[in-house]
Design a protein around this ligand. Structure first.
Ligand code: ATR
Length: 283
């Protein structure tokens, strides 16, 4: 259900703003977090016109809202309107979490990368340190997770993208943090990786990145940042190539939400039961 940004908030009020927003799982996740941690709050999904983001945030603020999640296509705009930014939001050049201070100023953070790393390391028990990681895609989704991935000290992080130049530029802009390279898909021929993360939007059209044969095989753990009720196109592709394991991004979604909840409420929810509850609904 979507409601208006200016509706007065009886409880401490939070929302997710996006376009489209109807299928967002965030209200369900945050209500489960609130119940689990005994917090009294409301959380709604707000459909915002593509040219109306700043206005919608202003209306939400006047109505007494305490915080927002921001999703496609507003993460860059949220970055621009925030009064103060966390270092990881600055790195990502995108904001998915806004905390509204009592004086009306906006603190912007980005919890996507932390959510991915927590899902990989805590839920899926993968070690990233010393591993060869391939990140597919060089758009906003890839940029948002790069710094937290590099903090895990992989032995190599390669960004491969359909448009080679974007991969190179993205790698360059993170090269002060660690050794990171960018290339096109063809250049992956003959190379293998321990962990392959799909951050492209190819799955939205049911497509997969055009990887050379051999890049994914029995040695690879494959993670798709997308999720759905069925295994994603990338997961199916990886399974056909004998990947050791394949995962979707539902855990990342719940983990990034938990990190937002922590910023707003000062308490980190237990994500395991929430991931389980969502799996039941989506399967
Ligand atoms: P997002 O914020 O979701 O990352 P984006 O910034 O538009 O969205 O980036 C989309 C990413 O998915 C890009 O890396 C894009 O590749 P290009 O830079 O070459 O456009 C990638 N992408 C989209 N469709 C794809 C496809 N069919 N095959 C491979 N990559 C694709």
């Amino acid at each position: 259900m979507t409601t208006s940004a200016g509706e007065l908030c009886p409880d401490d009020c939070y929302a997710v703003m996006g376009n489209p927003i109807a299928h967002s799982q965030s209200p369900r996740i945050h209500r489960l977090f609130a119940r689990q941690t005994g917090q009294s709050l409301s959380y709604k999904a707000l459909l915002v016109e593509r040219d109306g983001f700043a206005q919608a945030v202003a209306a939400f603020l006047v109505a007494g809202g305490k915080g927002l999640n921001v999703t496609i296509p507003f993460k860059q705009e949220a970055f621009e309107i925030a009064d103060e930014l966390s270092p990881r939001a600055q790195r990502a050049a995108a904001v998915n979490t806004l905390l509204i201070h009592d004086d009306g100023t906006l603190y912007g953070d980005n919890t996507d990368g932390a959510g991915l790393v927590r899902d990989l390391t805590r839920n899926l028990k993968l070690t990233l340190g010393g591993k060869r990681i391939l990140l597919l895609g060089a758009g906003g989704a890839a940029r948002g997770v790069l710094a937290p991935l590099l903090e895990q000290n992989p032995s190599r992080l390669l960004i491969a993208n359909r448009t080679v130049e974007r991969a190179k530029q993205l790698a360059d802009s993170f090269s002060d943090l660690a050794e990171v390279e960018g290339c096109g898909f063809d250049a992956l021929s003959g190379r293998s990786f321990d962990i392959v993360i799909n951050a492209t939007a190819a799955g939205l059209q049911g497509q997969v990145p055009a990887l050379p044969e051999g890049v994914i095989g029995p040695h690879s753990c494959c993670y798709d940042m997308m999720y759905g009720s069925e295994p994603t196109a990338f997961m199916r592709y990886a399974r056909q190539r004998g990947a050791q394991s394949t995962f979707d991004g539902l855990g990342m979604l719940v983990e990034q939400a938990a990190e937002s909840f922590l910023i707003w409420r000062g308490v980190l929810p237990n994500t395991g039961p929430v991931i389980e509850a969502l799996r039941k609904v989506t399967s």
